[in-house]
Design a protein around this ligand. Sequence first.
Ligand SMILES: NC(=O)c1ccc[n+]([C@@H]2O[C@H](COP(=O)([O-])OP(=O)(O)OC[C@H]3O[C@@H](n4cnc5c(N)ncnc54)[C@H](O)[C@@H]3O)[C@@H](O)[C@H]2O)c1
Length: 355
Amino acid sequence: MASSSTVRLAIIGTGGMGAAHLRAYQASEKARVIAACDVDPESLARVAEQFNIPATYRDYRELLEREDLDAVDIVTPNNSHAEVSLAAIRRGLHVLCEKPLAMNRHEAREMVSAARRAGVIAAVNFTYRNVPAARYIREIIQSGEIGEPLHLIITYSQGWLVDPASPRVWRLTKEMSGTGVLGDLGSHLIDLARWWIGDISAVLGHLKTFVTERPLPGTGRLAPVDVDDAASFLAEFTNGATGVFFCTRYAFARANTQRAEIYGTRGGLVYDNERPNEIQFAIGSFMASARQYCTLPVPASIQASKTTTMQQFVDDIVRGTCTTATFEDGLASQEVIDAVVESAQTGGWVRLPLA
Ligand SMILES: NC(=O)c1ccc[n+]([C@@H]2O[C@H](COP(=O)([O-])OP(=O)(O)OC[C@H]3O[C@@H](n4cnc5c(N)ncnc54)[C@H](O)[C@@H]3O)[C@@H](O)[C@H]2O)c1
């Protein structure tokens, strides 16, 4: 197991997000990435050299035969999250897995049960919990200052698919991704919403695909897109609040824009991930009658404690704490995703939990 101060990790999946995870581990004194795995030898070699990782594997099963690992970090496409997580948990390893946790709730439920039985730390990288403004909003809601939450309007806009030449990557296939933007960006929104307001009890969803064929990378041959490009849903929370969720990959000139408005019985809050160190707020009768929202800097203490899920995961292993989003949170997000898919198919409200 981890010595009191060092966690020996392997990264599985060395693509765009894998490299981001490795940069985060570089910033942690307690993390030692001792192995990397990827089915793509070029990506594997490049990342191993860049991050000075001593051992590389093309097959995660060979990697998991090592006796000297404490934890793995799974940053592969969504269709391998469950298989690799379950194999690592069987080996008694702590697991950090990327979002969405799985392809569907059935896989996610199995992952939660396995992690509980094994007693390992099982974390999910819901990145946006670490935005200082998101943390401040949670603190304010929990303090009761805005009263009972009534409404959440939350959106996540990317624009990379507006370009018709944008290739048919794995994210645009049901086989590898499960859903489209709903699981990719919507999973983050659902997690933020649950973290701020509480659990969701019912949804009414709509999914839209604008372009159904795109050129494959390399060959340029057209291949089908069979997942949602844009996802919207109404939600009811178990505490009675209502929510409006929207995410898209077709938002012109948007790279990665999230916004949320939260209205309670005594106050309102506005979150914007592109302004991570401030929020807007109106609290109390004076601001209500002035019809004013004011900008408020996130307190220095929250800004100074900015961290990453990777750093928290390593600290949790060393300290035996649990500060990240967990597999339970990943499952809860997945249950809502599945309910939205079902609702979009049937055209009616779907209540949670699903069978
Ligand atoms: N938390 C976030 O903000 C965030 C942001 C981007 C991506 N992600 C998630 O990270 C994951 C990876 O996304 P990405 O953008 O890095 O994708 P990517 O395509 O850039 O990288 C995925 C890598 O996994 C490798 N791979 C595929 N199958 C494998 C297997 N069975 N074993 C080992 N390696 C395998 C691929 O060769 C590739 O190098 C996805 O689940 C995605 O949803 C999360």
